[in-house]
Design a protein around this ligand. Structure first.
Ligand SMILES: Cc1cc2nc3c(=O)[nH]c(=O)nc-3n(C[C@H](O)[C@H](O)[C@H](O)COP(=O)(O)O)c2cc1C
Length: 294
């Protein structure tokens, strides 16, 4: 598997920094803005495999790839019907994506209730079957296959689960160091991620609470992972994908906001959300400058 290194100033070299899938955030426009900020790999938010199979136009629009074909693109799917995943992979709809990621970490009640996301960590046989079917399909399309997981649902099963994923043919794992029942509370358990890293041979990307250069170094040092994935820190501050603690000029932030607005192709309320979070950053770094209105 080809890794793109986006870190320039790190003392820990050759580690990847990936922007996390964030529902309601990592839309087409944000992915393009992340590329503008230096990302060499971008991820869609979780996309419903069944809605894609049924031809839902809004869901298909979520697949719009960034224009720069040198950027590696990953599509994240969720769902409960394995044959729908296979149909989507075979359909050609994902042709711009180098990697298909299976969401096994989302803890949202409506996702869990539908036997998707982190619920699959409680039903290992179902998770295995999904992975194996997707592996066979992605072998045909020459796409990589990965799983984004947590440490477990209500207890830490991460090592056994990760070993199962590896055996079922997954190319890499992204591990968010929390349990499903913890949502986003507390701090990520890097020791739990380290145990996964030590247990498998495939690359492991650590996720949880990385927001700046110091937390990036801490996460890598404590997990021994092959890279990190950054999520919430990027909302309104996509330049943090470089984790070098630099702050763009006022003019640059305004230009990124304008780009986000120009490219927005999704729900209008999502654009407002983006805009408000950019405004927050502007007020923090440039309190004396005017804040652009939408
Ligand atoms: C608003 C929001 C939306 C999210 N959407 C997704 C998603 O679509 N797919 C996914 O795998 N994880 C999703 N996550 C989890 C993040 O990808 C990431 O695992 C988590 O935020 C921890 O990383 P962080 O501490 O860097 O934010 C979401 C998290 C948040 C806060």
């Amino acid at each position: 598997m080809c890794y793109h290194v986006v870190v320039k100033n790190s003392t820990l070299s050759n580690k990847v920094i990936l922007p996390a899938p964030l529902a309601g955030w990592t839309d087409y426009a944000m992915r393009a803005v992340l590329v503008e900020c230096g990302a060499r790999e971008v991820w869609t938010e979780m996309i419903n495999a069944t809605a894609l199979v049924r031809g839902n136009a809004k869901t298909i629009a979520m697949l719009k790839p960034v224009a720069d074909k040198t950027v590696r693109q990953v599509v994240q799917l969720f769902g409960w019907e394995p044959t729908d995943f296979v149909s989507v992979i075979n359909s050609g709809l994902l042709k711009d994506y180098a990697e298909v990621n299976l969401n096994m970490g989302c803890p949202a009640p409506k996702i869990i209730k539908n036997h998707c996301g982190c619920n699959l960590m409680r039903h290992v046989d179902d998770a295995r079957r999904l992975i194996e079917l997707c592996r066979t399909a992605t072998n045909q399309t020459h796409q990589a296959l990965s799983v984004k997981m947590r440490l477990g649902w209500d207890c830490d099963v991460a090592v056994e689960f990760a070993r199962m994923c590896e055996k079922a043919g997954v190319d890499r794992l992204i591990v968010h160091g929390r349990l499903g029942i913890d949502g986003y509370r507390g701090t990520a358990d890097y020791a739990g991620i380290a145990r996964v890293k030590a247990a498998v041979k495939i690359p492991v990307i650590a996720n949880g609470d990385v927001r700046d250069h110091a937390s990036y170094e801490k996460c890598l040092a404590e997990t021994g992972a092959d890279g990190v994935m950054v999520g919430r820190a990027l909302c309104g501050a996509p330049w943090k994908i470089n984790l070098d603690d630099s702050v763009p000029t006022y003019e640059r932030i305004v230009a990124l906001m304008q780009l986000q607005k120009k490219l927005h192709n999704g729900n209008p309320s999502d654009l407002i959300k983006h805009w408000l979070s950019y405004q927050k950053q502007l007020k923090k770094y440039y309190p004396d400058q005017p804040v652009p209105v939408l």
